[in-house]
Design a protein around this ligand. Sequence first.
Ligand code: NAP
Ligand code: 8YV
Length: 311
Amino acid sequence: MPDLLQIGGITDAMRDRLSERFTIHQATGDYPAEAITHIVTNGHDGVPADVLAKCTNAKMAASYGVGYDAIDTDACVERGIIVTHTPDVLNAEVASTTIMLMLASFRNLLADEAHARSGAWETDGNAPLSRSADNRRVGILGLGRIGQAIADKLKAFDADIHYHTRSQKDVPYTYHDTLVGMAKAVEVIICITPGGPSTNKIVNAEVMEALGPQGTLINVSRGSVIDEAAMVAALQSGKLGYAALDVFEEEPKIPDALKTMSNVVLLPHVGSATVETRAAMGALVVDNVLSHLDTGKTLTPVPETAHLNGS
Ligand code: NAP
Ligand code: 8YV
């Protein structure tokens, strides 16, 4: 059987299917680098440069996740390695997580839950009023597969939807050709672009000040998209009102300052993390690997390596 390198965790269902066709080696142990033909990884671990250098016969790397900013696709193309990811199967889940963050922030879900659970309702009376999540002007930074799914779900809350991307889309929402321009026009910004150099810290102090003291910043994209230090400062000074965050610059580390702020909601990168959606993502990873093994072609190559499909 051919040899496959596993970087990071995989589900039992993935292991069961892959082990019928491959000998699986763990990247954390000793492995026969030159025998490795296929690599399975994820959006956090990527494919480290030393692994790429050692696995001289690798032909494909399948990533468990849609975002692949942790993978050096230029280096993979140079080596003729096709990279796949898991688009679309997680759109609805990440959109639900986004709505959950928005509701938690606007409706004080966590403070109110603590008020009920702690007995403070009996001793101190009613919890303070929260902000309505309905009829808000919401700006989506990145209107791709997931951004569109978020816009669809926001319609249930009668949101007035704005967006900023590099190129205008054929959609009935208000387009802004600058991020600062969008920030001035909306009450909420939802970040859902890819990570990587083109989006690095594009949500900077100027954008956050434009969003303003009543503004809410939601990030379900990558921690790198927001200037995290500037966000902490803006939240502390009141120049930015609220933040609801699933992703961070140095995961799994979260700046201590954020952990103590009552105007912040924090999640540990769980945008797609349900049993059902992770099963669909895992199945697509394995489908890609087996399709490559059997036909030389993959199902969902990342655009940068798509020209290698079938070659
Ligand atoms: P996608 O379909 O490729 O959409 C990306 C969108 O971002 C496009 O509308 C694109 O439009 C826009 N964009 C790209 N670069 C930009 C830039 N520099 N400035 C402004 N807009 C830019 O990707 P997707 O499937 O929706 O996934 C988006 C990202 O979500 C992933 O890459 C991943 O990082 C993140 N994600 C997070 C979780 C989580 O658990 N929190 C789960 C899944 C995905 P233009 O090209 O026109 O600019
Ligand atoms: C996962 C994600 O947490 O798909 C992505 O880009 O960020 C999430 O779905 C991650 O990639 C799993 O490895």
